[in-house]
Every structure is written in C-alpha cells, then in structure tokens.
Design a protein around this ligand. Structure first.
Ligand code: PLP
Length: 361
C-alpha cells in the first residue's frame, strides 16, 4: 500500500472520482459471469454517450491509451496505405511511428509545438489518403485542435482521432464531427485509474478494415465476439478482461452522466479558465497559443533562472501536489498542470495557485 496520497494535478493520471474507486473495491467477477457481462454492456452504452456516437463497436480495450492508438492503426492501415498525420506535439509524433510500423506511407504535416493543427494544410497534404489522423487535445502542449473542421474536409479518407485527453473534459461529438476511429484513455478527464482504452469505430471504417491485422490481441474482428455486443450470439472467451477496471470505469461513467456531459464540460472550462487567469496574475506566461488552450491541461513557461524540476519537487514534498514537466525538448522550460475529472474544481485551482505562489517566492 502506498503510504502517501497526492493531489494529481499533472498531465494524468488524475485522482479518480469516488465512484470509480468504489468500482475497484466491488466483489470481483469472472469475465464471462453474466453479472459482469451486464456491467460490460452498460459500460459500452455509457461510452457511446461520452463519445457521442451510435457506433455499435464502442468498447473499452484492455490496455492503456497507447494500445488504443495501436488498435486504431493496426486495424485500418495495411502495407503501403497512405496515412496523413497532423503533428503538433508528442502524440502526433507517436502516431507517425505507429503508422510506420503498420507499413504505412506516412505523410507528416508539421506544426510548431504550442499551435493548433492547420486542418486545411492537413486536408491538402495528399489527394487520396486511406487515413487522416489528428490529436484532439495535445497533452504535450496543452492545445486543442478543430476535429469537426477536419471532419468536413476529410473526403473519402477515414478520420482517426486521439481523444485521450479530451474525452469527458471538453466537447467531443464523434458522429457529428465525422470521426471514423477514436481512442481514449481512462486516467484523464474520465476520472478513472489508468488501464483501459475507450475505443470506437464506425461501420464504414470497420467495413474497410485490414482483414488480418498484425496484432492478434487488438484485432477488432476477434474482440467483437466478446465485447461490444456486435455478434448477437454467445460471448466467447478472447482474453481475461480486467473486470475490476471495467467496474471502475462503469462507476466513473455513471458519475459523469449523472452530472451531465454539458455540465462536466462547463466545469472543466471554468476551472481551466480560472487557473490560467491566476497563473498570469502570478506573472507567469502560458505556452499554448491563445484561443486554443485546453482547460483541462495548462502549459506554463518556466520563468528564467528558475529550476523547473526543483519547483516540481517542492510542490510534491511540501504540498503533495504532482504537476508535470514539459514534454520533449520543453522538458525543462515548461510545466504542465492538469485539472481533470474530479480535480476540475475551485479547490484544486486555489490549492495549486497558493502552492506555486509560495514555492516561487
Ligand atoms: N495520446 C495522448 C494525447 C496522451 O496524452 C497519452 C498519454 O498521456 C497517450 C496518447 C498515451 O496513453 P497511455 O499513456 O495511457 O498509453
């Protein structure tokens, strides 16, 4: 048992909703127990709501967000297929590498870190790509990009979206925006511990999938026999689903939907705006481009002469607050502060601002 508890105000994981924690402590069920299959079906139904989709194939993959990314590409991209990737941070970079390993011809559309994706440039990058990929909320830079606009420009391509840091925190409308394949994670705005990757794929994308993906574990055709309720017949064993984690996700989703998606999005928006105002009042400069800042993940420039790691260390030891370092080449010059799930509230804003003011004095 860890002996300390933390205020997890970094880029994730966040502190879970109490209902998600309670799910972990529920009596453990087997992965084919009718009681558990009911929990799984309800979880898939609630995931459809948070994705805002009718996709039958909407399910929690038994692995973290990166496995969601692998599943997205390995099921839809074959040898020689053209994949256009919008790169405006670390996770766009990772998409390029995953697509390359699937045998894709990757067309990278580069952006300066801290800027949103230029969807027109992305749409014009290739005349007939198989897939166009974008990160909705770039956790490495704190920037939101316009998925809906890319959806309008995608043409015949499949639109593949990373929603790891957006789901359950900011507006996300998979069907309305034309998202064909989406993956996410549980440990950010859904307020559930890390371990599952909420995933959704449209019928159009499923019909165009790779027949025998290189990954057995992430083969959506095989997974459909167990989760997702897409076969209509008996549920057959595919892998031992992490039933406690699914129960935890079930608890977190129930909490979110009881509050209401619009209210949850508004709560994140309000908390993020207050934090960003407060940081600027402290004399700090924000990193992400104005007008495109995520409320749930704020990036701050480390002031000249300040030891970034020492400040994070003091926040942790004196206040029990975890914030994140910057990503990639910004590791020592940017901090990342998350207000996700239950932490998107006034108390967390006040706490982190007071602690930073004290440590920077
Ligand atoms: N995509 C984004 C935008 C992320 O922020 C992360 C994790 O922080 C991932 C993908 C990878 O998810 P995981 O670390 O759960 O594998």
């Amino acid at each position: 048992m860890p002996l300390v508890s933390r205020h997890l105000l970094g880029p994730g994981p966040t502190n879970p909703y109490p209902e998600a924690t309670a799910g972990l402590a529920a009596p453990l069920l087997g992965h084919l127990d009718p009681g558990f299959l009911r929990v799984m079906d309800e979880t898939c139904a609630m995931l459809r709501e948070v994705w805002q989709t009718d996709n039958a194939r909407t399910l929690p993959l038994s692995a973290t967000g990166s496995a969601g990314m692998e599943a997205a590409f390995v099921n839809t991209v074959g040898e020689g297929d053209v994949v256009v990737v919008a790169v405006n941070g670390l996770f766009g970079e990772r998409m390029c590498e995953v697509a390359r390993r699937c045998g894709a011809e990757v067309v990278r559309v580069e952006h300066e870190w801290g800027q949103p994706v230029d969807v027109e440039r992305v749409a014009a990058a290739h005349p007939a790509p198989t897939v166009v990929a974008i990160v909705h909320a770039e956790t490495s830079t704190g920037v939101r990009s316009d998925v809906a606009a890319l959806g309008r420009l995608k043409g015949e391509a499949l639109l593949l979206v990373d929603a790891v840091t957006s789901i359950g925190g900011i507006e996300l409308r998979a069907d309305e925006w034309g998202v064909d394949i989406g993956y996410a994670g549980t440990q950010k705005c859904l307020g559930v511990p890390p371990g599952l990757a909420p995933f959704t794929i449209s019928d159009r994308a499923f019909a165009r999938r790779v027949e025998t993906p290189r990954s057995w574990y992430l083969d959506l055709g095989l997974l459909g026999g167990y989760v997702g309720g897409t076969t209509g017949g008996a549920r057959t064993y595919h892998h031992t689903a992490p039933t406690a984690m699914v129960a935890s996700l079930h608890g977190g989703l129930r909490r979110i939907l009881a509050e209401g998606l619009d209210a949850v999005w508004a709560r994140h928006e309000r908390a993020g705006r207050r934090l960003q105002e407060g940081l600027q009042e402290l004399g700090l400069e924000l990193f992400a481009a104005e007008g495109h800042r995520l409320p749930e993940l704020t990036t701050v420039r480390v002031p000249d002469g300040v030891d970034a790691a020492a400040v994070r260390g003091e926040l942790l030891t004196r206040y029990g607050i975890e914030i994140g370092a910057g990503a990639g080449r910004y590791a020592d010059t940017v901090w990342r502060i998350g207000l996700m799930g239950p932490n998107a509230d006034d108390d967390s804003v006040a706490l982190v601002l007071a602690a930073l003011r004290d440590v920077l004095r």
